[in-house]
Design a protein around this ligand. Structure first.
Ligand code: 2BA
Length: 109
């Protein structure tokens, strides 16, 4: 068995959720926050047989799109200190960041 962990943008979360259910995949959605942008995103935990990993990857690929987001100047120290990023910059986020892990044990009681 494999555990597919997919970090997706909140805008794609409902679409991905619907597509996974339509295709018969079970998933858990966790509310998460990106470490860099400090913006909300959604993390899916999807447990599948190893033969289904490519199918799940396809569903994720179809459901999630890349978007540009503005990263505004951040100043973690506050008063009078130059921000780490002194001007707004565009970053491309997603479609999805996906990890596939081996599952040692799976139990469902
Ligand atoms: P964030 O950490 O908020 O990152 C949002 C976007 O900012 C990233 O998009 C990337 O384009 C940019 N970015 C992130 N860290 C950067 C850095 N050190 N320097 C320059 N640009 C940087 P994505 O790569 O598509 O990532 C989207 C979200 O996926 C991330 O949100 C994070 O929540 C998750 N993620 C990405 N890579 C990860 C990893 N190696 N481990 C755990 N989570 C990851």
């Amino acid at each position: 068995m494999r555990l597919v962990i997919a970090v997706v943008q909140d805008q794609d979360s409902q679409k991905l959720s619907d597509h996974l259910v339509e295709r018969g995949f079970r998933a858990t959605k966790l509310a998460s926050t990106g470490g860099f942008l400090k913006a909300g995103n959604t993390t899916f935990l999807i447990g599948v047989d190893q033969t289904q990993v490519e199918d799940v990857m396809g569903v994720i690929r179809e459901s999630c799109q890349a978007r540009e987001q503005m990263l505004n100047p951040m100043n973690p120290l506050g008063n009078g200190v130059e921000p780490m990023v002194p001007y707004p910059v565009k970053v491309q986020v997603g479609g999805a960041t996906v990890f596939v892990l081996d599952v040692e044990t799976f139990a469902h009681f």
